[in-house]
Design a protein around this ligand. Structure first.
Ligand code: B1M
Length: 223
């Protein structure tokens, strides 16, 4: 158990070790106790995300199997459910409307759900379409709710290019000039802006929300 005044290193060591040994109860207990003792929610999230990267590497090295990936995903979901209410909540005015989803072919939703929580806490109206979302569905929903932003999560190198179809559909619908598009996920890179014609590409939720907020305030520029 992590003691109240334990160092950041000790906390990271214990949380990562519990995650890698798939001890869901230990992860949840450490997260809960750390928050009770005033630990920063963002710091806990970063530690868990690093741990998930290690899980991913172990999966690549065939040290972990699909069952481990599934279990780690479940642990991350339950841990982030505890952390989310503690993530930054500043301005509570209706900041804008965002349509959010994970692109077609992709079932990863933990990162998307974090982005959604932060957007909600920042006063945005969020329409979450879930995972495996067809490009046309993003556009239909954006049109229906008058969204200024479409946020696409994509974790697989095979699914990232499909964001181009969202851009094409927005153009076909004649509303590309009214809607900004941001893509996010661990493998998303800045070059994706040029490759697929999106307005921003990030691999960090806080950075993504910062950009969406700047667009809502009208201070953002195309990346
Ligand atoms: Co998958 N998976 N997975 N997986 N999985 C990765 C992504 C992988 C990198 C693991 C690896 O091999 N190293 C790899 C992709 C390789 C690649 O394409 N380059 C991979 C693979 C291969 C697969 C399968 C193909 C495995 C298989 O079946 N053989 C399969 C694909 C299924 C599918 O989608 N069709 C698969 C399945 C799964 C599970 C279902 C078991 C599970 C997901 C559970 C779930 O989401 N409900 C899973 C998991 C857990 C992972 C890893 C281990 C962790 C992902 C995660 O949740 N991270 C992952 C390894 C990794 O990411 N390095 C891996 C924590 C999360 C908080 O981070 O999602 O990056 P992330 O979100 C961040 C930022 O990226 C950003 O904000 C978040 C917080 O800062 N962000 C946005 C995300 N979306 C954003 C949107 C924005 C802005 C920011 O604006 C709109």
């Amino acid at each position: 158990m992590v003691k109240a005044g334990a160092s950041a290193e000790k906390l990271e060591e214990e949380l990562t070790s519990s995650l890698l040994s798939m001890d869901i109860e230990a992860v949840k207990r450490t997260v809960r106790e750390s928050l009770e003792h005033g630990r920063d929610a963002q710091q806990l999230l970063s530690i868990l995300m690093n741990g998930m990267r290690m899980v991913g590497r172990k999966f690549e090295d065939q040290e972990f199997f699909l069952a481990d990936l599934i279990m780690a995903g479940e642990i991350m979901k339950q841990a982030t459910a505890i952390i989310k209410p503690h993530l930054s909540a500043s301005v509570m005015e209706s900041a804008g409307t965002v349509v959010l989803g994970t692109i077609v072919g992709d079932l990863h939703d933990i990162g998307k759900d974090i982005v959604k929580s932060i957007l909600l806490s920042e006063g945005f109206e969020v329409h979450d379409l879930g995972t495996d979302v067809a490009p046309t569905a993003f556009v239909q929903k954006a049109r229906e709710v008058g969204a200024e932003t479409v946020g696409v999560s994509a974790l697989l190198t095979t699914t990232i290019p499909r964001v181009k179809e969202v851009i094409d559909e927005l153009e076909t619908a004649g509303i590309r000039h009214e809607v900004k598009v941001i893509i996010g996920g661990a493998a998303v890179r800045q070059r994706d802006v040029g490759l697929y014609g999106v307005d921003a590409a990030v691999n960090d939720a806080i950075e993504g929300v910062r950009i969406i907020k700047s667009w809502a305030r009208g201070t953002g520029t195309k990346q």
